[in-house]
Write a protein that binds this ligand. Structure first.
Ligand code: CA2
Length: 149
């Protein structure tokens, strides 16, 4: 069964407790449980990790080759600032799907650019917690396509 790594960046551990108007009421634990269930349905083994540290996220992205078939990444605010995460993401051959809970294009100008997007296979934003499930579905389709070639 292919393994997928889901990484969440800074402050996403606070989900559901503050700013529900922007990010909803779902907690990160809820999202991780939903992803595990959806992964099972799709035949994907899902590993979820969260860090507030840019360096730890970079190290985890570097773990993908050889261990995971794909990466789903919500790098939080580092999406908009981190050339280090972009460089790590660019070193991957595996599919990378970027997720944001909010529609970053409806928000402040500084959130409307993502370095991670430059290395992403695709980007989902504005679908709330459902975006992670959509990313898993897209990942399953991408991996199935690659298998049939
Ligand atoms: O929309 C997204 O998923 C974001 O990646 C969430 C980040 C934000 O910096 C990005 O621009 C867009 C923020 C993560 C959650 O931050 C919270 C802060 C306080 C309370 C709850 C969540």
């Amino acid at each position: 069964m292919p393994s997928i790594l889901i990484l969440n960046g800074p402050n996403l551990n606070l989900l559901g407790r503050r700013e529900p108007g922007i990010y909803g009421h779902t907690t990160l634990a809820d999202i991780e449980a939903m992803c595990a269930t959806e992964g099972e349905r799709l035949g994907l083994a899902v590993t979820c990790r969260q860090s507030n540290s840019e360096g730890e996220l970079v190290s985890w992205v570097q773990e993908v080759p050889g261990r995971f078939a794909g990466l789903i990444l919500n790098a939080g605010a580092y999406s908009h600032t981190s050339v280090a995460l972009l460089d790590a993401a660019r070193a991957l051959d595996e599919p990378l799907i970027e997720v944001h809970l909010s529609n970053i294009y409806q928000r402040e100008t500084f959130r409307q650019h993502s370095y991670v997007s430059l290395a992403a296979t695709g980007v989902l934003c504005g679908f709330g917690a459902r975006g992670y499930l959509m990313a898993l579905q897209a990942m399953a389709a991408i991996l199935a396509d690659a298998d049939s070639r």
